[in-house]
Design a protein around this ligand. Structure first.
Ligand SMILES: O=C(O)/C=C(\C=C(/O)C(=O)O)C(=O)O
Length: 305
């Protein structure tokens, strides 16, 4: 069955460069997705966009090209709560990928066990207005309570303007909570201004709340490097990510966000995104925590190094 790709959809970069930054051994790309292929894994009828296909083989080829060893594959909203494409990618990863699924309130215990057996270790709640569905907070809390005994955590995608609205909900979650992309701060504001201070204060107050420091390309106003410009870019985002990495070194994760859903021009070179890492995690120790120790503790606890 052919799916009409959303007009203006940007496909992922066809030939990412090899990063100059050498990732530490065991590095994990802790935020990426697989899309379809739609012919085998149909996109959800309730989706808000229709992407171009981005298969597990494409993802694993990118992993090897960039120098990662493992992936955490996050269910994308275009597949709704149909986690078949995700589970298929996990099962074909040779144990090198774990997943974060989307489930609905009616999910059965056996479906949760099946997802766990495939390698799922968390659920995702999406409050970003253009992506969100209408599941009530009480139902999401119930899902969190049901997955906690499995050792799963909750990934939450929301925007900083909505943080006050969801603060109590986040505080009530009984699991580790991982906020996507630092809850999308407004990087035109000061990094020590009131808005980002309240984000930092929340992580300080709740030791179970972690943050991904990914997606500068989504958050940046200053944008990518000029053609042939310096390799590291998104200068306006770096101070925000750096502050979170240095303040909470044991509670940060990093991901490519490949294949970069809903990104407007220009599609980033994933190799260049990796080259930003030393600018947000300035020491080998901070890099090792963010890229290896933290994701291993959360997704492969049984392999604790
Ligand atoms: O992939 C991201 O982290 C960001 C986006 C989309 C999704 O995560 C999704 O559809 O699941 C977005 O901002 O549109």
């Amino acid at each position: 069955r052919a799916f009409e790709v959303t007009p203006g959809w940007l496909p992922f970069h066809p030939a990412p460069s090899r990063p100059r930054f050498a990732l530490p051994r065991g590095a994990v790309d802790a935020h990426c997705h697989v899309f379809g292929p739609g012919a085998a894994f149909p996109y959800a009828p309730e989706r808000k966009y229709t992407p171009c296909d981005a298969s597990k083989d494409d993802l694993f080829a990118l992993r090897d090209r960039l120098g990662f060893e493992r992936n955490v594959i996050v269910q994308a909203t275009c597949h709704g709560a149909d986690n078949r494409a995700l589970a298929d990618a996990l099962r074909h990863s040779g144990g090198k990928a774990r997943g974060v699924a989307t489930v609905r309130p009616g999910v059965t215990d056996s479906e949760l066990r099946e997802l766990h057996a495939a390698g799922v270790r968390g659920v995702r709640f999406n409050f970003v207005r253009r992506l969100a569905d209408s599941t009530p907070a009480a139902a999401l809390l119930e899902i969190a309570r049901r997955v906690e005994p499995l050792g799963w955590h909750v990934v939450v995608y929301l925007e900083s303007a909505d943080l006050p609205t969801h603060r109590d909900f986040l505080a009530a979650l009984p699991t580790i909570v991982v906020l996507d992309h630092m809850a999308c701060p407004d990087v035109t504001q000061p990094v020590d201004g009131p808005a980002f201070e309240s984000f930092v204060a929340m992580l300080r107050e709740h030791r179970n709340i972690w943050s991904k420091v990914s997606c500068p390309e989504r958050l940046s106003v200053s944008g990518p490097p000029a053609r042939g410009g310096e390799r590291h870019a998104y200068r306006d985002v770096i101070p925000f990510a750096r502050r979170i990495v240095e303040t909470f070194p044991d509670r940060v994760l990093w991901g490519t966000d490949w294949p970069h859903p809903n990104l407007k021009d220009p599609m980033p070179d994933d190799g260049l995104l990796v080259d930003i890492i030393p600018h947000i995690a300035a020491t080998a120790e901070l890099q090792r925590k963010m890229l290896v120790a933290n994701p291993m503790r959360l997704y492969w606890p049984e392999e604790q190094r």
